[in-house]
Write a protein that binds this ligand. Sequence first.
Ligand code: HEC
Length: 235
Amino acid sequence: MMRRFFAPLLAAGLLAGAAAHAEDTLSPLKFQSEGAFGSIDLAAAQRGFAVYQGVCASCHGMGALHYRDLQALGFTAEQVAGIAASVKLADGSAATPDSHFKEPAPVNMGGATPPDLSSIVAQRPGGTRYIYNFLTGFGPAPAGITLLPGHNYNAAFPGGQVSMPDVLRDNAVTYADGTKATKAQEAADVAEFLTWASDPNLSARHAVGLRAVIFFAFLTIVAVLTKRRIWRQEG
Ligand code: HEC
């Protein structure tokens, strides 16, 4: 009886799980890295690096990273060597896997300088989601808001005015894995990449946490069973 009830339920659950996996991850917006047991979506983070390198790196440095660190995202040593070799450092030489990410030439836009993005996700309330909202939050200023010179309206930025321009657009990069590079996809992917950069050990830490929860749940069950056995009423 129980088995007849549970087997279809299990099958339905597995099917729903598979369907959920295939669905568009942007509607509703989901980040694999979110939650107590989240892990970095390596494919998204690799695409996010392409967005950083192609769009953001001209203004924002990520001084805490070396090119070799990208191997943690699943890039091979050869791919990393290729990425580094394509970067021309300030002295004219090519970067190597052991080089720090290239520092861009100083930028000053309306008195503001672009912050280093190495740990921006940890530094901003809302983390990953804030970065996504910020990158997709540009638009015309609502009536009643007068923009300061050199500023753009951004609904997510505190105060609504930011000196960074709206830099993402559809097909700003071409993804190596064939994913359609919509503006929203680029924003989500670079947010996942910056999440990894802020916390490279997130996946490992959460995996240990999950194992600890399972272990203590098991221990609790054993303790309850043992207690029942010891205190069982004889008779
Ligand atoms: C043309 C230069 C330029 C480019 C390209 C650029 N930014 Fe910026 N960015 C800036 C400037 C300038 C600021 C500082 C804005 C301010 O404080 O008013 C900034 C600020 C930021 C902030 C901080 C916002 C906050 O809450 O303080 C984030 C996050 C950010 N940029 C992410 C990115 C990402 C991701 C990309 C690539 C998709 C990118 N930027 C591309 C110039 C740029």
